[in-house]
Design a protein around this ligand. Structure first.
Ligand code: PLP
Ligand code: ZN
Length: 502
């Protein structure tokens, strides 16, 4: 739809211009730094940073109802830069001019309601938000669109000339980084560090296909992360891990979309997210807080962070009810089917600690909760979800298992509307499904397949057929007729079909 066809009162707001005063803010010492250079940690104290708009109050000059209309009408605009996460430009990166925005079709993923069978099984009303429908098939594209748009802005404005983007990854960050960097080549090149044999074949194929330099590093993700941190401290590279605050900013779009999709009514709503490096939960909390402060939503949803018992440092931290007595202890991870979240020392932990406190305070009660789930439950619920028409990855299974756990603990109830974050596409994790179906999990996973959830292809090869077609030697005439007849009969018998009345 064209600008002139929108209501006159809303027209001036539709195409945003660069505004705001965005700075890096240190979570440790509160120092502020200009965004004209790439920073990941505070040069003074080494803590992680967040991006803060010092001029955020200007957003409150626009009425909440007007904001609702701005976002809703923007959906109808055919302007590529406003079709992804920058539909919420004023909140995502107000200083980024639209001509620097990279949009590869990320965001605006569907919220798919579970069918009645699955809702009955769980005893709650819930949706999956299908983050696997992003361009590289995970939510990481939200943060990457933001980080690369910022880098593109620096390149366009002559502040930097060329960039080597690096990241460590449990598989999806590298897939996303390689994709967005490839779009900006030759100015931007990418190199990714992966824990050797700890990403799925599909995830490995992604950065290779997008032309990134791929390095496999012994150990688990936490080891790769240490190497990439050293690289970014000592050499001139752009770090694309969620330590990079621009990633967090882009991932906040997840919260804005949910608010918009629920018509900004957050009563009785609950968000369930898996936690790995804790960038995602940081962004989701931060996003809802900003919309709340701007009056765009008038309630904060409950948020439940879920971890596997095999990688549960955040869960363990919050087991201690007394805030003063809590202390963070990294864990050594064990093999997990929620492999994208298999992280023992999350870099965003300081952000989580600060934001959870702020969130609970603003909500006026405890509104952020943490749950842990068994590997068995993750697999069983993932497969159950997908047998009911979803495309949830193992981390999506983790959120459903977490919901079931949260219901047991009384954190959610029948009146709630729950949104589960299915963080990636099921296909990326097909190998775990295969291990389940073929009962091939190594003992460390502690998973015993349930017969009812297994599935396998059946080869149809009637014994009394002496010739079957091959690619080199197709059948013809009587042989082909007999092949079709006998094969059809076999399938019909296996399916228990009754003949059609002719
Ligand atoms: C990265 C990732 C996670 C974990 O998100 P964090 O921001 O690291 O906590 C969960 N699921 C998938 C599919 C991921 O790629
Ligand atoms: Zn500092």
């Amino acid at each position: 739809m064209k600008i002139k066809d929108f209501p006159e009162k809303i027209q001036p707001y539709l195409i945003p211009k660069p505004t705001g005063h965005v700075v890096y803010q240190c979570l440790g010492c509160a120092a502020e730094y200009d965004i004209s250079r790439l920073l990941y940690t505070c040069p003074a104290c080494g803590s992680v940073l967040m991006l803060t708009d010092l001029d955020f109050d200007r957003i409150k000059n626009t009425l909440p109802d007007t904001w609702h209309q701005i976002f809703d009408y923007r959906k109808m605009l055919n302007i590529p830069a406003l079709q992804g996460i920058y539909q919420y430009h004023e909140f995502i990166g107000p200083i980024i001019p639209l001509d620097a925005v990279i949009c590869l079709g990320e965001g605006h993923t569907p919220m798919v309601e579970a069918n009645s069978h699955l809702q009955q099984l769980v005893g709650l009303r819930f949706y999956f938000k299908n983050e696997g429908q992003n361009p590289s098939a995970s939510f990481k594209d939200r943060g990457m669109a933001s980080a690369l748009s910022y880098i593109n802005f620096l390149v366009n404005s002559g502040q930097i000339s060329s960039v080597l983007a690096v990241c460590a990854s449990t598989g999806d960050t590298s897939a996303s980084a390689a994709l967005y960097a490839a779009y900006l080549q030759p100015g931007v090149k990418s190199a990714v560090l992966l824990p050797h044999k700890k990403v799925t074949p599909q995830q490995l194929a992604q950065p290779l296909g997008n032309g990134a330099m791929v390095f496999e590093i012994p150990g688990v993700f936490d080891d790769s992360m240490k190497v990439v941190e050293a690289l970014s401290e000592q050499y001139n590279v752009a770090l694309l891990n969620s330590k990079n605050a621009w990633r967090i900013l882009g991932q906040e779009s997840y919260s804005y979309e949910i608010a918009q999709d629920l018509d900004y009514d957050m009563n009785h709503t609950v968000m369930v997210v898996p936690i790995g490096n804790a960038g995602n939960i940081t962004a989701i909390i931060s996003g809802f807080l900003k919309f709340f402060e701007a009056g765009i939503i008038d309630r904060l949803p409950r948020i439940i962070g879920v971890q596997s018992t095999h990688a549960n440092p955040v869960y363990k931290y919050y087991l201690e009810p007394d805030r003063e007595k809590r202390s963070f202890v990294p864990v050594r991870v064990r093999p997990s089917v929620a492999q994208a979240a298999m992280i023992g020392n999350p870099v965003s932990m300081p952000r989580v600690i600060q934001l959870v406190e702020a969130y609970n305070e603003k909500a006026g009660e405890q509104a952020v909760f943490f749950a842990e789930v068994e590997e068995q439950a993750i697999m069983d619920w993932q497969l159950t979800a997908n047998r009911n028409g979803h495309i949830a990855c193992t981390q999506g299974g983790e959120t459903l298992a977490g919901l079931v756990e949260a219901k047991k603990r009384g954190i959610v109830s029948k009146d709630d509307i729950v949104v589960l974050d299915a963080t990636a596409h099921a296909l990326k994790f097909a190998g775990f499904q295969e291990m389940y179906f073929e009962n091939r999990f190594p003992p460390e996973f502690e998973i015993t397949p349930k017969k009812a959830l297994q599935n396998a292809p059946r080869l149809v090869r009637p014994k009394d057929l002496d010739t079957v077609p091959t690619a080199e030697k197709p059948l013809e005439g009587k042989d082909l007729e007999r092949f079709v007849k006998r094969t059809t009969e076999s399938i019909a018998k296996e399916l228990g079909l009754s003949p059609r009345d002719l």
